[in-house]
Design a protein around this ligand. Structure first.
Ligand code: ATP
Length: 463
């Protein structure tokens, strides 16, 4: 078991700096001082995130016969969140420092922090915050609907959803009525959620606006616990498939009393981030709680009718709920590597390399003409780029020496670099004409491949 307190701040700082420098992640509204807890994904981050979401969708919807997709609205009717218990109870305990007025989440501070106003006090004097008793702070963002609303009209109040799950529960009946489904079956959704976190922190890990990737898997009560264990295994396998080492993942069997009151079993899947071991995903057996409360509050029947046994009942549900942004951050942390090398002349060298799994890599292949002042090389390289472009994200680069261009691609995790050289043009003999050099990022080994086979060769490796 990993020591949960082991952290590597220096590594995290380098990762955050690379994310900005290379265009993975930027602070939202940085130009105006930044919007705390919100992040924008730059060109490479946007590609990485899309690759993750597309792979999750493929594995959890397209390749499964028993799961259907949904894309619910973010603005949520207050009745939905009153019924689910969020309006009354979706809160964290908050404490304030009476001196510097800073706020903290009470369950996340082990000892009183240093007070910003008392920092200058002479040695020996108490410099810690003077904290109030904890009080509950509701994490939902409230808004009002319509132009001519009365502030006090309860029908005008809406919320930005704090989880994607509730829209699945409230559309569950429409999904089963419009599709022929049989238990067990799931409804999957990827989408934004919002929580007014008291202390957003650890880069994108705890944000106020984030994306979730959730499945609500409906089943019979007697299958709930077994399916929870099965989902845990399925989800662990998914993380391995996207390139997160199994030994960096930890499973926490959440103890009685620490789970949500309606959950009979919850596993947290945690990852060894440089700032400590922290939750990536929760796999929770939520029983029939959600559908039951929505049936009760809406007054509309939400039972499932079994054609074979003629039974009518509220299904139970198992929920694997993953954070998209947290998984992107885990992919970045997992990929980051500083490698020591030896140059051809024996001198030491080093490179920063993002070892993304090729499926996740933002750029799949870089096309590099050996020289930019040879029109035939450039024309051939552009031809190769156009051949690949409809099928994958390709980058074309002709600036600087080829070695430097390789390093630039290593730093953003491009798995394959394709060099167009004089052999490609047939200047070194007919045998090598219309072949290219493909350099693999991790091993730095090079192979020669005919252009006619290049697309198929790459597609086998980057999907
Ligand atoms: P935490 O204990 O870290 O606040 P949670 O247990 O409240 O998380 P859930 O409500 O189970 O989280 O949400 C499911 C998933 O959504 C989490 O495992 C996480 O990946 C993601 N998530 C939740 N809150 C945030 C957040 N503030 N920022 C980014 N991702 C989040």
């Amino acid at each position: 078991m990993a020591n949960k307190d082991v952290t590597d701040h220096a590594r995290m700082e380098k990762i955050v700096s690379l994310c900005k420098r290379k265009g993975f992640i930027f602070q939202s509204a940085e130009l105006y001082g930044g919007l705390n807890g919100c992040w924008d994904y730059g060109p490479l981050g946007a590609e990485l995130k899309r690759n993750l979401k597309e792979y999750w969708w493929r594995k959890n919807v397209q390749e499964r016969d028993d799961i259907l997709g949904l894309d619910g609205s973010i603005l949520t009717h207050q009745a939905v969140l009153s019924a689910s218990g969020h309006v009354g109870g979706f809160s964290d305990p908050m404490v304030d420092c009476k001196v510097c007025k800073k706020r903290y989440r009470a369950d996340q501070i082990e000892e009183a922090p240093v007070c910003e106003k008392k920092q200058q006090l002479p040695k020996g004097e108490d410099k810690t915050c003077e904290l109030t008793e904890p009080r509950e702070f509701n994490l939902m963002f409230q808004t009002s609907i319509g132009a001519s609303v009365d502030d006090k009209d309860p029908n005008a109040i809406a919320y930005l959803r704090p989880e994607t799950a509730q829209s699945i529960f409230v559309q569950y009946k429409n999904v089963i009525d419009s599709n022929r489904v049989k238990l067990p079956f799931g409804i999957a959704q990827i989408g934004k959620s919002f929580r007014n976190e008291i202390n957003p922190r650890n880069f994108t890990f705890r944000s106020r606006e984030f994306e979730q990737m959730e499945v609500e898997y409906f089943c019979r009560a007697e299958d709930g616990l077994r399916l929870t264990d099965e989902w845990l295994e399925t989800r662990l396998k998914f993380y391995e498939e996207i390139g997160i080492a199994r030994e960096k993942l930890h499973v926490l069997d959440v103890a009685d009393g620490e789970r949500a009151f309606y959950s009979m079993k919850t596993y947290d899947i945690e990852y060894e981030f440089p700032f400590g071991v922290q939750e990536l995903e929760g796999v929770a057996y939520r029983t029939d709680y959600d559908l039951s409360v929505h049936q009760k509050h809406s007054g509309r029947p939400l039972e499932y009718f079994d054609d074979e046994t003629k039974e009518k009942f509220i299904p139970h549900v198992v929920e694997p709920s993953a954070g998209c942004d947290r998984t992107v951050l885990a992919l970045i942390c997992e990929a980051y590597d500083e490698e020591d090398l030896t140059k051809e002349d024996g001198k030491p060298d080093s490179r920063v390399v993002m070892r993304f799994d090729a499926k996740m890599a933002p750029i799949k292949a870089a096309v590099l003409p050996l020289l930019k002042n040879k029109p035939e090389l450039v024309a051939k390289a552009k031809e190769v780029k156009c051949l690949l472009q409809p099928h994958m994200n390709v980058f074309y680069d002709e600036a600087a020496a080829i070695g430097r261009r390789y390093r630039r691609q290593d730093e953003v995790g491009t798995p394959y670099c394709i060099a167009i050289d004089f052999e490609t043009l047939g200047e070194e003999g007919e045998d090598l004409k219309d072949t290219v050099t493909v350099r693999e990022r991790d091993s730095m080994e090079q192979v020669r491949i005919p252009i006619s086979e290049l697309l198929g060769w790459l597609l086998q490796r980057v999907r």
